[in-house]
Design a protein around this ligand. Structure first.
Ligand code: ADP
Length: 460
């Protein structure tokens, strides 16, 4: 029972009904309140007119002074009744010649008015007029009119009530139906149906909810795919080296192979690589969630890039590689997450050093274009063949398997960089020629558009 009253359509119905009833009561009260005033004024006017008629009669018939015969009294009674009033007439309030006030049973239910009767410039007497507060006691046509008005009001009230119930039921059903529909969709999504789409229909808030639900479903699916692929990649990446290390160690334990330091070293290196793989995997996972944890500030990109450039100089020098920094000599400010962009540039420079031979050159630079800034890293290294270029940003992809294995790469550096750049609504691109070198170009908008603004823009 409690649950029933918590239902959206029931709450809506009751709310609407209460509002309608309040409105109707206000209208009805306002109408009758006003009606009472009008009626009273009308009544007073009528009584005055009739009292004057009565006074006129008293003067005309030479009846202005009592005492009266029975016949005259009957005539006065007929007249007063005709005018719808009760009269008492006398010289003053004490000396009474004619009196109908004995018929008054409840003195509170009557109004009294007094009029001096004057004939030929002389005071003749004092006419007291009593009339009942309830006009229906006096005027049958008024009673009929009032009855009709009452009936009509009741009818109108009934019709208004009926219409209000119909409208309340319709409105509450309509709104709760939208919610029910969304609930059904959400239930389907919850039970794993990712193909269902919420119908974008109804009031604005409901539409927004439907859109959000659809976005949620897409995001859920993306996450699931990501997790699924990640597991596949990881198991694939771990299984082969683990199986090979296991069999090598077994062979050594069983005495099939001699315990060889070189083999042990190989196994050791492999374990180091796998440890890095796990660390980088964690970094990638963080990078892919970066759009939710991004910390935006206004950053001088020249200073940032130069800082990374300097930090890598010793490593490049030790490998006999020349490093250059190309400064555009204009201020380059952008709204970015400083640490994340440092990570992007570091990954690119670290790769460039990894895949460039002794005597090569690496150029790091910044280009400012008003709305966006380009950060680039060019090397004269081994380059990437066209068959590999579309895949280098995929996680765990290594173009030159033997070489990157040797250099300790696990194939995650570029996917981390890509995820971080995309968290800034930027793009990362590659131009490369096998044997000649590569150019990685990162384009970032100078103004950060957060997800909410982007969302609003898409929905507008
Ligand atoms: P890794 O850890 O193997 O370097 P990355 O994701 O950073 O992984 O790069 C993916 C692959 O792209 C690398 O294995 C390598 O083959 C290729 N690659 C990346 N950067 C360069 C570069 N500057 N020159 C040549 N090849 C590169």
């Amino acid at each position: 029972m409690k649950a029933y009253f918590r239902k959206m359509n029931v709450i809506l119905f009751i709310t609407l009904q209460i509002s309608f009833l309040i409105l109707l009561s206000i209208i009805t009260y306002g109408y009758s309140y006003n009606w009472g005033d009008v009626f009273q004024q009308y009544q007073q006017e009528q009584v005055k007119i009739n009292a004057f008629k009565m006074m006129d009669d008293l003067r005309n018939e030479e009846m202005s002074v009592g005492p009266y015969t029975e016949e005259q009294q009957a005539w006065l009674t007929r007249r007063a009744t005709l005018y719808g009033i009760l009269i008492r007439y006398g010289e003053d309030r004490q000396q009474i010649w004619f009196d109908m006030f004995s018929r008054i049973t409840d003195p509170k239910a009557v109004y009294l008015q007094e009029f001096p009767v004057v004939a030929k410039g002389e005071h003749r007497g004092l006419l007291q007029v009593a009339y009942l507060k309830q006009m229906n006691e006096l005027d049958p046509s008024f009673v009929a009119y009032q009855g009709m008005m009452k009936k009509r009001s009741a009818l109108l009230f009934g019709v208004a009530l009926f219409l209000s119930i119909v409208i309340s039921v319709m409105v509450s059903r309509l709104l709760s139906r939208h919610l029910q529909r969304l609930k059904d969709t959400a239930d389907k999504i919850r039970t794993g149906d990712r193909e269902t789409k919420a119908v974008v229909l109804g009031p604005e808030e409901i539409r927004q909810l439907a859109l959000t639900l659809n976005e949620l479903s897409v995001e859920l699916r993306r996450q699931e795919d990501w997790r699924h692929n990640l597991m596949e990649d990881l198991t694939h990446e771990l299984r082969t080296p683990l199986t090979s290390m296991l069999s090598q160690l077994e062979a050594m334990i069983d005495g099939i192979y001699e315990v060889d330091v070189e083999w042990l070293q190989q196994i050791y290196d492999e374990i180091i690589r796998l440890t890095r793989l796990v660390t980088d995997m964690e970094k990638l996972s963080e990078a892919e969630a970066a759009r939710f944890t991004i910390h935006i500030t206004k950053v001088d990109l020249i200073q940032l890039t130069e800082q990374v450039f300097r930090s890598f100089q010793p490593l490049a020098k030790s490998k006999g590689i020349r490093m250059r920094f190309s400064n555009p000599n204009v201020p380059c400010y952008a709204e970015v997450d400083r640490d994340k962009i440092v990570q992007v540039v570091s990954n690119l420079v670290s790769n460039a050093i990894k895949y460039t031979n002794d005597g090569g050159t690496i150029t790091i630079g910044v280009d400012w274009h008003g709305d966006y800034t380009i950060l680039y890293c060019r090397d004269t290294g081994i380059g990437i063949g066209p068959q590999d270029q579309p895949y280098v940003f995929n996680r765990l992809y290594r173009a030159d398997k033997s070489r990157s294995r040797f250099s300790g790469g696990v194939g995650l550096g570029l996917s981390i960089a890509k995820a971080l750049v995309e968290a800034h609504d930027g793009v990362i691109e590659l131009e490369s020629e096998l044997g000649k070198g590569s150019l990685f170009r990162v384009t970032i908008p100078n103004q950060y558009k957060n997800m909410k603004a982007l969302h609003n823009e898409l929905n507008a």
